[in-house]
Design a protein around this ligand. Structure first.
Ligand code: EPZ
Length: 420
């Protein structure tokens, strides 16, 4: 496992280019199982999660080539295996989205339970409940579950939660079978809208795109030559937080403002020197202290949970108490304990609620990432801290941020990757 060594404090100055969306690329890889021709995925981020999702796809008998120009070439013509129990699927949450495409193709799928992670138990109950509603049989044995269906027929599904991956699983399944499926209580994250548009382009008839009720008439003959991944809105927001909180300036582009309205509103409320011109976020050096704010996460279009921890960096630059309410994951405030160790004034009210009292200068520490988003937050906190900080398990951050040390170095950060 590698580690990062950061010497702060350094303002981040310059222009950063945002990569393709991790949380769309992972689903496009799974979707290829239902595409009859060779599929080229473009603008795919070169990150560990995509490499691992590709390894799982390969275990189905598919051919996948992850190029180093952000393109992925996939041919699933000879895929013949729907049993993924002996793969790394148990280590990658996103592996759950292979269920829908495999069930549509083979009427059967076997998967290990994707591990929970430090931010929450990550139940897949919403997924399994949805598959039961279309008449599938689910059997569970220890850490393995199987889904089988005898025949496809028209179905009406109500999702138990506005779950992103459960919506994607069912949508990919329904798009690849020649029956009509109505799905209520869908998540409507931008990555899902773009997935739906690509499925429509491939030949599925989909009504209600952009709403929480979809009516899909699928096809067993989906064809799509190219799937272009949209900009990663979470990476874009993360770099906006980084540049502002470090006292830096520059451009973050592309900045998909229409997909970040709740985030943009909150950033502006802090008084940070932030503007949007065309599809770029323009940051000028902000006058500190910033204004404190209240943040509450929720399903899109509410504030994105994946940008909750990066926002803590602005709270550290604000004068007064900022309130954080994390409604989505039960443990996603746990990184605050590490920020407290670095000198932040934090009041934990309950598992979902905390107050950050700023401003405060952070001191360096030797820290370990909990999850991907707390990892990047702590890495950026280290660039704001005086002195030398080591972040263990750099791979956790590499999971979701392409070439993070190179991008930060280009912005003037003093960061070094130490391979052990
Ligand atoms: C996806 O996870 C993303 N992962 C997550 O990104 C993201 O945080 C999450 O959606 C929410 O946006 C991928 O796409 C691979 P969920 P998923 O089922 O589908 C609760 C990252 O860092 N919830 O939408 O597993 C639910 O109980 C990862 O890139 C509600 O409370 O997430 C669960 O605890 C982490 N009410 C949590 O939210 C709702 O209406 C996420 O649920 C819907 C969900």
């Amino acid at each position: 496992m590698a580690r990062f060594k950061i010497v702060g404090a350094t303002p981040l100055v310059g222009n950063v280019k945002i990569s393709g969306a991790k949380n769309e690329a992972l689903k496009a890889v799974a979707l290829s199982l239902n595409i009859k021709n060779k599929l080229k995925i473009t603008n795919a981020p070169q990150i560990l999660d995509v490499v691992n999702q590709g390894k799982i796809l390969k275990s189905t008998g598919s051919i996948i080539n992850i190029c180093n120009n952000n393109e992925i070439i996939i041919d699933t013509t000879y895929a013949n295996n729907f049993d993924l129990t002996d793969t790394i699927a148990g280590k990658l949450r996103a592996s759950i989205v292979f269920a829908g495409p495999l069930l549509a193709r083979f009427k059967s799928v076997k998967l290990p339970y994707p591990g929970g992670c430090l931010i929450g138990c990550r139940s897949i109950d919403t997924h399994l409940d949805a598959f039961r509603q279309i008449g599938a049989k689910i059997s569970e044995h220890k850490r393995i579950f199987s889904i089988n269906i005898d025949e496809f027929h028209d179905s009406n599904i109500i999702l138990k939660e506005k779950s992103v991956t459960a919506t994607e699983n069912i949508v990919m399944f329904a798009s690849a079978i020649a029956v009509k499926t109505k799905i209520d209580n869908c998540a409507i994250e931008p990555e899902i809208i773009h997935l739906l548009l690509n499925l429509q382009k491939a030949g599925a008839q989909i009504d209600g795109i952009g709403t929480r009720t979809l009516i899909i008439k699928g096809s067993q003959n989906l064809k799509l030559k190219t799937y272009e991944i949209i900009t990663d809105r979470i990476e874009a927001g993360t770099f906006v937080c980084a540049m502002i909180s470090s006292g830096g300036e520059g451009e973050v582009s592309p900045y998909p403002a229409d997909q970040l309205e709740s985030f943009t509103r909150l950033i502006k409320s802090t008084g940070a020197n932030f503007d949007i011109i065309d599809n770029k976020a323009i940051i000028k050096q902000s006058r500190f202290p910033l204004k404190p704010f209240s943040l509450k996460t929720g399903p899109f279009p509410e504030f994105p949970t994946d940008l909750q921890s990066p926002m803590s960096l602005l709270a550290l630059r604000a004068k007064g108490v900022s309130l954080f309410v994390e409604t989505m994951f039960e443990n996603r405030l746990s990184y605050l304990e590490i920020l407290r160790k670095m000198g932040a004034s934090i009041k934990i009210i309950d598992r979902q609620t905390a107050e950050i009292n700023g401003p405060c200068k952070l001191r360096s520490a030797n820290i370990e990432s909990l999850d991907l988003r707390s990892g990047i937050t702590l890495l950026l906190a280290a660039t704001m801290s005086e002195g030398e900080t080591f972040i263990e398990k750099a791979e956790i951050i590499d999971r979701g941020y392409e070439k993070i040390d190179e991008k930060l170095k280009l912005l003037g950060a003093n960061i070094e990757r130490i391979n052990s």
